[in-house]
Design a protein around this ligand. Sequence first.
Ligand code: LAN
Length: 708
Amino acid sequence: MPPNTFDFVDTQLPKNPQGTDPLRWRLKVEHGRQTWHYLENDEELRKWPQSICDKYWLGIPFPNKQLDTPKTALEAARNGFEFFKLLQTEDGHWAGEYGGPMFLLPGIIIAMYITHTPIPKSWSTEITRYLFNRAHKDDGGWGIHIEGPSTVFGTALNYVALRILGVDADHPVMVKSRATLHKLGGAIGSPSWGKFWLAVLNVYDWEGLNPIIPEFWLLPYSIPFHPGRFWCHTRMVYLPMSYIYGKRVGADLCPFIKQLRQELYVQPYESINWAYARNDVCEVDLYVPHPGLLGFLNGILSLYEKIPNVVDLRKHALNEVYKQVKAEDENTFYLDLGPVNKAMNLVVAYLEEGPDSEAFKLAQSKIIDFMWMSAEGMMMNGTNGSQLWDTAFTVQAVIESGLADEPSNHESMLRALEFLDDCQIKRNVPETDMCYRHISKGAWPFSTRDQGYTVSDSTAEGLKAVLLLQKLQYTPKPVSEERLRQAVDVLLSLQNSDGGFASYELIRGPWWLEWINPAEVFDNIMIEYSYPECTTSVLTGLCTFREYYPDYREVCNKAAKYIHKSQKEDGGWYGSWAICFTYAALFATTSRKGCEFLISRQREDGGWGESYKSCELGEYVQHAESQVVNTSWAVLALMSARYPDERAIRKGIEFIMSRQQLNGEWKQEGIEGVFNKNCMISYPNYKFTFTIWALGRYAKIYKNPVLF
Ligand code: LAN
């Protein structure tokens, strides 16, 4: 099978002529911080040339080297890194888009609208273009994520976002999406997070939401459903939500809002039965129906909402909630944990501190950290980036393949080490316990040091990458033994009683909290869970450390037991953070049964391809086509389990090579990541990191035979 002969520069200029000038966009990086800037001024343009990294992400062609056609896996890995190296940023990390979810942009746009935050022209043009490009070709709607079918959640919110950005209701794109929205029953059927944003915009009545009461924050922590025990994302979203709900804030009822009220529903706005609308969620949106207990609880809370506040409980609760919001803002340098609470906290800072306050201005200044400019327009990222995560994998891939030893790659590895050194979190946040945070001193975050949340597997991957880099002969050793030990201490502090490791914190609440999961569109969001992927990352992180320092036998045995226990009957593991069984296999597969599970899913062309439906359904679903990322995970897993049949592995490797372009690049295929079972998220760098890693490992284990 010869490597394909696609044009090696087939990136196209953005499709929409109504966009801004792509040649004027620049990505600025500082300590991993990524911000996109549009240079209006020609003088600035001259001083700040566009880098290859800028061009790549903007889809602008750039001169490429035509590399020698690889004959072996190592040559293919080398070509792959030759290309990927071009995308490394000045500060040493690998940047990238982190889009996918389609409910993030509307949140920030509504938040900017009601806080009177100006939206720069270059942003509104490009966000409009992005949403136009992402509207489904057949029905004009949007789903919960880019590949999902149109839902009320996606369609109602993005419709509103475009209207705020100035698109006319008569525009053909709007006419088409509105028709789809109406076909789905109108905005009434939106899930609760959508209802919330519509209420903030004053195009939905607060009566139409189940109560989100701030008083929960006044309960003692010993109560099992204290919000401090929730999974941090859920905790941090319901926190500002309860503040805004408690105050029933809404945009001014101007002619534009009145007009929107007419556009979003199939019935006259005034005739809507809001009490009924609370639990009305369109069938295409509904992934987790309201559990019975929640219905009962909502009934009681609705009664509570009707009692006039005798002891001013609400005021106390709002004070407590604001204290927590402020702490979150300050602890994260106003980045916040994620894009959802970023938008909500902006609104809270505006309401509580006012438009001229320092806090509000700082909150405004960090919106840009989430905005990502792409060939298709501007989107909002799922976090402020995946800097640490992508860099740690790249480093491990390059080192395992032996490419790190080649002099032409030294500089790249030195820069990566500088970044990893800088990115390690050097402190616990002030008043850690007061704001329900886990320790973070010594941890590595998923994105940047400023964001500052400990993530178990990011810490482990960061630690592994640093240990490997510091073992190379030519590197300085900036991360001291003390700091390495701090990272290990964080990892040790994160083991759950079942032996496994969760994402950010320990499991703090009982499993039955899922019975009050109000989100309808996300599953497993109320508490932390142990995950096979996180557990294996930590386990291998501790093992790498053990090569140098003491061993953590007991911790490791317990973790290994958890991993075995979480294997399903058929030999597979369910992956929670990327699609899906092939991803979990990458981390967990060690057994014969796990290998058989993978082998039985290999396709004719030698590759693996897994659909995002696997995540929703909990069973392996084939993608329409083989995917390089799934294939890389599968062969990496088979190789680490020392699967004896080399032919199957070689076929996978040949498949990966067949998809490589002549400049070393791989093209984007299907979406790679997931969260909460139902929402997909893009990891565009995986098509480089894991392909290079798989090719490199193959070359190493099988003595790099000639394949083509
Ligand atoms: C992420 C991204 C990274 C991911 C891994 C490190 C890969 C994982 O192994 C642990 C969990 C973690 C950190 C993770 C958790 C949930 C996130 C933050 C996300 C999938 C990125 C976006 C998502 C966040 C919850 C999106 C906002 C939506 C809400 C439901 C609040």
